[in-house]
Design a protein around this ligand. Sequence first.
Ligand SMILES: NC(=O)c1ccc[n+]([C@@H]2O[C@H](COP(=O)([O-])OP(=O)(O)OC[C@H]3O[C@@H](n4cnc5c(N)ncnc54)[C@H](O)[C@@H]3O)[C@@H](O)[C@H]2O)c1
Length: 279
Amino acid sequence: MPRVTHSVTAAINPACPQPFTIDAAYAASIKLAASGEQYDMVFIDATEENPINYYNLIMNSNMLKMDGVICVQNVSANETRSQEHINDEMGLRSQEMTDVINADTRVKQVALPVEGITVIKRSPPSHLAATMKEIAADDVFRGLNGRCILDRLRLDGKVAYVTGGGQGIGRAFAHALGEAGAKVAVVDLVLEKAEAVAHELHLKGIQSVAMTADISKEKDVKRVVDTIVTNWGKIDIACNNAGINMNSASENTTLDEWDKTFDVNLRGLFMCCQVRVKN
Ligand SMILES: NC(=O)c1ccc[n+]([C@@H]2O[C@H](COP(=O)([O-])OP(=O)(O)OC[C@H]3O[C@@H](n4cnc5c(N)ncnc54)[C@H](O)[C@@H]3O)[C@@H](O)[C@H]2O)c1
């Protein structure tokens, strides 16, 4: 929602209390400046008291967004030409405000004064005055091949599997990969768990399949990889997450536990990588 200060709309900026005098806007903006607030539009009635203080607060506290504008209402162009008005208090304030703006190299006028309204916006420092074409020629500015970073992180069209995808971290991997656009094979020792996660993914519109396998068994690993490649043509992302932890102290760990742990956590992981690369 655009952030507008001073008089334009109370509803848009509830932090700016009524009545919408410059003093009220100034007081509200001091608080907002401390929290790093920035405005899309600032309205300054240059005929009120202290318009320059308010203008300085906005500019010096960096409260105007890069593309934001300041609308300054002064006495009308015709009136400022008249000596009587220049001499009256409102006319003088208005003229002083105009002088401050004209002398401020941080801003430029973007519209001709229309009957007492001047619109200004930030002007880039002169050493940064490259044309838009020059700026946009850069890959960093445009994104590689014109694609922004979140676009480039998308996994649309990719095929992934997640071992141990039936719960915990594996389940989270499966959701994350699917949300990014990949098709996901949820692989788990326990088929029901894999099916439950695949069902969750389907509910989110993610293409998914549940598969059971014990990744410490070579024939299971081969079957999983072959099936995925047969059905989806390839495997782009191998998320070898499945692992076990018997949680026993070294002195209490049996050799059977040790072998099971290494069979899954190392041998299983190695086989998944090897079969996938050979395929
Ligand atoms: N949770 C942690 O704090 C933590 C810390 C460090 C490392 N890790 C590792 O991250 C991975 C996931 O952790 P988690 O907490 O989600 O684990 P978890 O125990 O909650 O889930 C593991 C899943 O893998 C499946 N699985 C177990 N053995 C399998 C096998 N042989 N073949 C196929 N599937 C099998 C289980 O059925 C289960 O669904 C594990 O490798 C774990 O060692 C976890």
